[in-house]
Design a binder for this molecule. Structure first.
Ligand SMILES: Cc1ncc(COP(=O)(O)O)c(C=O)c1O
Length: 490
């Protein structure tokens, strides 16, 4: 494998290898679809001004890699993909657990491990997907226009223009709140942090998805909260029946959920489930902390509504949902601007924000507000969604192509993380050790559950433009997994 991205443009050592790389790239990026016929050897040799034997060699090497297949009397076709089954409803333990997260396997912090060459581990999109130059120009305009901003703390609740934009954009999905109900935070993490502090105390039980994002588990651990994992379906999210049972006897003090494209399952709760959940929790007086960080990342159709859309305004007896989100995934990861619409807990959240970080950098808030003014945000989001959906499709196809036959894989309807369930004999921490020796990073499943379930699972983040480098890395992961199946004790 090569450390440099885009081997398509790279000069391979030989002409046939270069041609094979180009075709592999077209297959990886979906330009050539599974089952599609390739040009005949004669035609491609004429098109590309190369010899017949060069094309034949290229096709042969792609056949060896399992990317294309020869059909007698017919020609060469892009290989059809095996259909992988979807994981089922998860079955976590039915009792609350103290959260003790394992020493997080941040391989890039471990000096004995080789550097990462292909990173499927972090859910951070590639910097070139963002309008950095435009944001940089707006930031200098904002500070030039009002230099005092740099010496101004700003209000704890945030910049009025930005709060107005957030409330206005929420109208599109039926958000029923005013701009003065929005509070600006340091990313979604501070938003969730404040919500947990507002509605829980140490020892309380918080219901979460299973599997759940390890960053949220670490937060529960730091607040000494217990986690109750709710069975979760890879397509439709948490089981409402299980939630109904779990919250019957008063043991749960809060729910912390991602109804839109959870991390790591990528599931999307149907609207009727969201409505039932909001009504159930309001009836039982259990606050719902909703993390809608990935709501904008739908691959097709419309933006899904957050559960907050089913929560009536506070003055009509609602306000039980605390909506948390941010611009970190969708627009500017480095600016760390997030928000909360805290419903009934608004005053308490304002008080906690004041204590926690007082306010959020004004220049950064105004930069984002200016970006939202000029209407470029929707255009940017459309482009980002398309890019992300392409990476996910390419990764799904590569996993179908190269992973062991009884792997289970959910194709998410949004977001950019994939949850892969390998055969039960495989421990993905050991697989990570193998793959990190070759510079390939991913997140092992164990990190996503306080019960340390999911040892045979892994999260694959599709965060960079898909190239044959990524294709080769997935292929290698598949081979390493296969080797562990053959000699599981290694
Ligand atoms: C589910 C989830 N919530 C929250 C966060 C953190 O959001 P932010 O970067 O806006 O603080 C992440 C980051 O990966 C995440 O995956």
């Amino acid at each position: 494998m090569n450390d440099v991205s885009l081997p398509l443009q790279r000069k391979s050592e030989t002409l046939y290898a270069q041609l094979a790389d180009e075709l592999a790239q077209a297959i990886a990026s979906g330009v050539l679809k599974p089952g599609e016929k390739l040009p005949s050897i004669r035609k491609l040799s004429a098109q590309r001004h190369v010899s017949l034997s060069t094309v034949m060699e290229a096709y042969r090497s792609l056949e060896d890699r399992g990317l294309i297949e020869a059909r007698p009397q017919s020609g060469f076709y892009v290989a059809r993909l095996p259909v992988l089954r979807m994981p089922g409803l998860t079955q976590p333990p039915q009792h609350p657990l103290e959260v003790v997260t394992p020493p997080v396997l941040w391989p890039y912090q471990a000096s004995e491990l080789k550097p990462i060459r292909v990173d499927f581990g972090l859910a951070i999109l590639s910097p070139e997907f963002y309008p950095n130059q435009q944001l940089q120009r707006l930031l200098s305009q904002v500070t030039r226009h009002s230099p005092r901003m740099l010496s101004d703390y700003g209000k704890p609740v945030g910049d009025p223009e930005l709060r107005r934009h957030i409330a206005r954009r929420a109208l599109a999905w039926g958000g029923q709140f005013e701009s003065d109900e929005v509070l600006i935070t340091h990313g979604c993490l501070e938003a969730i942090n404040l919500c947990l502090r507002a509605v829980t105390k140490p020892g309380d039980v918080v219901a979460i998805e299973s599997p759940a994002y390890f960053g949220l588990l670490q937060m529960l651990e730091s607040f000494q909260l217990k986690a109750l994992e709710i069975p979760t379906h890879p397509q439709t999210g948490i089981s409402i029946e299980a939630l109904e049972l779990a919250t019957r006897d008063g043991q749960v003090q809060a729910c912390l959920l991602l109804p839109n494209f959870s991390n790591p399952l990528g599931c999307l709760m149907p609207d009727e489930n969201k409505q039932r959940m909001v009504e159930l929790l309001a009836e039982r007086n259990i606050p719902l902390i909703e993390d809608d960080l990935y709501g904008e990342f739908f691959h097709r159709g419309e933006r899904p509504r957050p559960a907050k859309a089913f929560d009536p305004p506070v003055e009509q007896g609602g306000g039980n949902v605390m909506l948390c989100s941010s611009f970190t995934k969708a627009l500017a990861p480095g600016m760390r601007i997030g928000w909360i619409v805290a419903g009934r807990w608004q005053r308490e959240i304002e008080r906690l924000k004041f204590i926690n970080t007082y306010s959020t950098p004004l220049a950064l808030q105004q930069t984002i507000a200016r970006f939202l003014d000029n209407g470029g945000y929707d255009h940017h989001l459309r482009r980002l969604r398309r890019i992300v959906a392409e990476q996910v499709t390419a990764a799904v196809e590569a996993i179908q192509r190269y992973f062991p036959a009884d792997t289970r894989l959910n194709v998410p309807q949004g977001g950019y993380v994939l949850w892969v369930e390998l055969p039960p004999e495989i421990d993905t921490r050991e697989l990570l050790r193998d793959s990190m020796a070759e510079g390939i990073n991913f997140t092992p499943g164990e990190l996503f559950s306080p019960s340390r379930s999911y040892r045979n699972c892994m999260r694959i983040c599709c965060v960079e433009t898909w190239t044959t480098r990524h294709e080769a890395a997935i292929r290698r992961l598949g081979e390493l997994a296969q080797q562990r199946l053959v000699r599981p004790e290694a």
